[in-house]
Every structure is written in C-alpha cells, then in structure tokens.
Design a protein around this ligand. Sequence first.
Ligand SMILES: O=C(O)CCC(=O)C(=O)O
Ligand SMILES: [Fe+2]
Length: 370
Amino acid sequence: MAPQIEVPQTVEWQGKQVPVWSMSTIDYGLLLSQDPAEVEKVVKACLEEGYFYLSLQNVDGRRMLGDQQDLLKLMHRFFESPIEQKNEFGLISSHLGYEPVGSRTGAFGPGTKDGYEMLKVSRDEIQRGSPKVPSPVKNSGDLSVLENNIGSCNTICKVILSALSTGMGLNGASRFENSHRNDRPSATTLSMMHYLPEEITGTNKRGHQKHTDISSLTLLFSEQWGLQVRPPGTCGAREMGFVAPKPGCAFVHVGDSLRFASGMKFNSCIHRVVPFDPTEHRYSIAYFLRAEDDTMFQDSEGRFITAGQWHDEKFKAFTDPWQWQAMAPKSMILGGMKEDGADDPEPTEPSKVPSPVVKPTELTSVAVNA
Ligand SMILES: O=C(O)CCC(=O)C(=O)O
Ligand SMILES: [Fe+2]
C-alpha cells in the first residue's frame, strides 16, 4: 500500500497560513470499558504526541458536556461582576482563588503580559465541603455546578489514567491512579479563564505564555479558537499550530508530572494561547489533575522532587517577571521538552482580525496517497 502523507489543514492568522494539527480522537465510552484497541490508541497518543481529543458524545460523556455548559453560564456571570467582588480573597493559594489580567507573561514572550483573568477552585476544598469562593458564585446552586464539574472531570481523568496504567503494563502500587488518590492532598484544581478583547487590555496584554502544564493530565474545554500546540519530534518544520475546537470533545494533554512518572516516556504538550480573534471574549475551562503532593519522581534535570515541590517551583516560574523567568532553567517552563523549529515571528499588526480559511466544521485531516 502506498504510504499515507498527512497534509495539515491551515488557517489564516495574522496574515499567514498556520497549520491546524490533526490528532487522535479517543472514545470515552470505549475507554470506560478498557477496550484493548482504545487503550492502545490512547497510550500511543501519549507516547507520540502528548495530546488527543476525547469524544464525550456518548451516554456517559454527555453528562459532562451538560455540566460544562452550566459552568460557562456561571463563568459569564462571575467575570461580569465588579473587580472588588471577583478579587474578594485574591489568589489564596497557587491553585485556588482569583488572578486578574496581566499577572503573568503573555503569548508573545518576554516583556509582554497575559490577557486573561482566572478563577481557580481546589478539588480538595470542594471535597471537604468548604470551598472559599468569591461572593458572586457562592450560592448553593453555584457550588453544585462547581462540584459537578470537578466530580465529572476527576472521573474522566481517572479513567484515562487507568487506561494508561494498563497500557503501560503497570500493576498494583505502581499504577498511575495510586499516586492520584482522592483522599490525599494535591493541588488538583478547576481553572476558569476569561481572555479579554484587545480593546480592553491593550496590545501589551495578550494570550497565555508558551509552557507545559505542571499537572499529570489536563482536560481542556473551549468552544473558541486560540489554543496552539507544538507537536514533538525532530522535524524542524513542526511549528506552533492551532488546535481546532471540536464539538462534543475535550482536548486532553499530558503535563510534566505524568511525563516524569512515566520515566519520560510520555511527551508533555508545549502549548500557548494566542488572540485568534482579538475582538472577542474567549472562555476556557481547564481541569488540572495533579499528583498527590508527596509523590516522588525524577524531574527533567534528574532531581528527585515531590509533586508538591515541582508545583511550587514551576508556579513561581510562571508568575515571575520575565527577566527572572529568563534566568530559570529552560526545563522549568517547558518541563524539559525540546523545541524543534522556530516560533512564528512577532506580530507586526496585532490588531488585525484573522479569519479562518476553513470553517471549523469542515476541518478534517486529509490523507494523500503518495
Ligand atoms: O485557555 C486555554 O485554552 C489553555 C490554558 C492553559 O494552557 C493553562 O491554563 O495552562
Ligand atoms: Fe496550559
């Protein structure tokens, strides 16, 4: 049979054609029953790319999609509230509380600031039944929405972890689930993000800096464009490209902790968020499943470090001014993942509104017989 060469779809952004990377779609229903072929497929996606779509369009997953729609409504109401109410407690701890726009480095690197505000709710606090959330989202209906989302996301992540353990031949205490037990303290968190339009933030506060996540697994939901990933590999042409929002699916990616726990076999995903349409408000939801604080692993520098320490060090690097970030080892922000090829150049016309050349619904990967 002739070899298959995949031609990436592209989308126009800032006056040039940028790839839209294709990726595997894993079926949550099949994973739930540990279907051997689906287990093999998810392991392959983590070993080769470090990311995949998870289809939730089945009887078990649709529940989660409904929870997520309720959360979007809550987010709209929260982010429209006055800043004094949103910032009532500030950032209580690194994985819990409110961060205003411009707290970190932005999508375009040193000297820029991020363009999003964020509310994080800790899973441990929800489990204890006493989450410290700002007053606009403190009534019992809101707390149920937060709890339902955290519960659903946690279940989904555990199903994925379990499939990965099975696929990697892990047994007993060495299975990944065993370092993600619900009753042990962790920095697992539900993060709600609102990216503001450029006319509010100005051109110096845009997007979300390039990084790998601290987490073991990240479950990401956004109906809007903006997320970019850099596929791993040795081909220099593999640049940052967009992840097309796929209806009914979450985007799942491997973070540093699971990469370390897999002995560097899994790739963690280098990603950032850019202002795809600088005039729009963008909303995204990320569930960061993190390992128990005491979990010990070897990081990309070969240091023995606990998940809690890695979280604290990397969180500090995320929030440090860019001059300090530049002095931190590169293995911190990118979790030791190597980059191939060059980033896209600094934008010259930041306010230009890009338009997709392909509509999201038309996006499919194209296979060409060579
Ligand atoms: O907003 C997004 O789509 C991604 C956010 C992200 O990468 C993060 O919070 O770590
Ligand atoms: Fe991230």
